[in-house]
Design a protein around this ligand. Structure first.
Ligand code: F0G
Length: 442
């Protein structure tokens, strides 16, 4: 069965200009705002589309085995010979029974985007944007990153025989992520600045060198990241949850998931919209402040700081796109403290799932949204977990050893969640004593 894909056209989100091609920094050449893909001629047979997408999972072609390209009718067209895929997407949706109880909701699930090939959600957008670089014949691709985009870009560039340049803030990304970009062969530059400083340099660079920008201002990234929401609806048999909760950093992911929800509603793939809520770390909360203090009229950049280094971002590029989907879906924005993030991360871990700190803001945020009454006890909630537990083992070990908040009084609240390793003599009696002591506590 074949279904004609939708027609994609670049469009500026502010002035509506429709350039035939994008400038190197993906900014509108008329007004300087971001571009997005606008679609026309949507396929108009929802049942046929749904069964085609599900059927493709049984096929062996790489394009069909990718959880992104399976949905190619809703993506910009890229000829098959240029598609770079690592069989990304098709990530699991898990129940979180203990976390549900803690948060006070009946139905809580997590879509684990950390189960992608490079262990974060970035692969879903990178397969599309890197393929577009390949189609356009670029030799070099580049990104500024807090670590996950760079890991993903380096992998896809390597698979597509392209060179990659990574700009990361020195000392502020996890070893797990840094080691990935090294192994995948990227030219990795640790700049003495923060993420926002890396972005500034990269924007200048792409104007001077034939290097393809792979940050999430690149609208191909957003299109690929849309598929997480499509796949989620498929996993829920096209019955939307009441709430979807995502972390907010540069705000590309929330924009992408929201865009997918709105498009699916317009195409009648789903009958109602879930509320999409966005959670930021309190120390990196420019979007939260924009909505709460300035009614979304402006966003004041800030110097960001959080141990959830993935979302340590003070000037999010996609804030206007995120604001639009927040408003259109009726979602809420929330901020959470460092302690709340650490606590939530250990709670997700204790459900046998695990994630990196930036992903755990979703559960921390849900708890607050329950308390405020925005989320009701009987409602269904899906958290989007964006990165794998093993992305940032330092954070996890520090937490369990009680070293995460040294010099503060914060640890008392999390001691029940801490599981520091116990060093013992190689002695059976000692191990049995440890087991008996643990048994008394459960
Ligand atoms: N979660 C993780 C694990 C991330 O790596 C990021 C962003 C986010 C959430 C936030 O997503 O930026 O689309 O709002 N990481 C980027 C990077 C910035 O460079 O890896 P966002």
């Amino acid at each position: 069965m074949t279904i004609d894909p939708a027609t994609a056209q670049l469009r500026c989100i502010s002035c509506g200009a429709t350039p035939a091609t994008a400038a190197p920094d993906f900014r509108c050449s008329t007004c300087g705002d971001l571009l997005e893909f606008a679609f026309s001629n949507w396929p108009d047979d929802p049942p046929a589309l749904k069964s085609l997408w599900t059927h493709r999972k049984t096929l062996l072609k790489p394009l069909d085995q990718s959880g992104i390209w399976r949905f190619r009718e809703l993506l910009p067209h890229i000829p098959e010979e240029h598609v770079i895929t690592l069989r990304e997407g098709d990530t699991p949706l898990y129940d979180l029974p203990r976390c549900a109880q803690i948060a006070g909701v009946d139905g809580l699930q997590a879509k684990h985007q950390g189960m992608n090939p490079t262990a974060s959600f970035k692969d879903t957008g990178m397969t599309v944007a890197a393929s577009s670089a390949h189609e356009q014949g670029f030799r070099w691709v580049a990104c500024a990153s807090t670590g996950n985009t760079s890991a993903s870009m380096a992998a896809y560039a390597a698979r597509g025989n392209m060179h990659s340049l990574v700009l990361i803030p020195e000392g502020k990304i996890s070893w797990g992520k840094l080691s990935q970009s090294l192994d995948y062969g990227a030219l990795t530059c640790q700049l003495r600045t923060d993420f926002d400083g890396c972005v500034r340099i990269l924007n200048e660079l792409v104007r001077q060198k034939p290097v393809y920008l792979l940050n999430s201002v690149n609208p191909y990234r957003i299109e690929g990241q849309k598929t997480a929401a499509i796949e989620l609806m498929e996993q829920l048999e096209w019955e939307p949850p009441d709430h979807i909760i995502v972390p907010g950093g540069n705000l590309g992911n929330s924009s992408a998931i929201g865009k997918a929800l709105l498009e699916m509603r317009d195409m009648k793939l789903i009958e109602r919209l879930p509320k999409l809520s966005i959670i930021q770390a309190q120390g990196a909360n420019p979007f939260y402040r924009s909505v709460k203090d300035f009614a979304g009229i402006k966003l004041e950049p800030m110097t960001a700081d959080t141990q959830a280094t993935a979302i340590r971002i003070g000037s999010p590029a996609s804030w206007k796109k995120a604001l639009r989907v927040l408003r259109e879906t009726g979602g809420e924005v929330e901020q959470v403290t460092e302690l709340e993030i650490a606590e939530a991360k250990a709670e997700i871990g204790a459900d046998g799932i695990g994630c990196e700190p930036a992903s755990a803001v979703t559960l921390a945020g849900l708890k607050k949204l329950r308390k405020s009454g925005f989320v009701k006890p009987g409602e269904t909630v899906v958290l989007i977990l964006t990165g794998h537990l093993l992305k940032d083992p330092d954070f996890t070990i520090k937490f369990h050893r009680g070293d995460l908040f040294t010099g503060t009084r914060q640890t008392a609240r999390t001691s029940h969640l801490q599981r520091a390793p116990i060093v013992l003599d190689a002695d059976l009696g000692a191990v049995i004593a440890a087991l008996d002591a643990a048994e008394k506590l459960v």
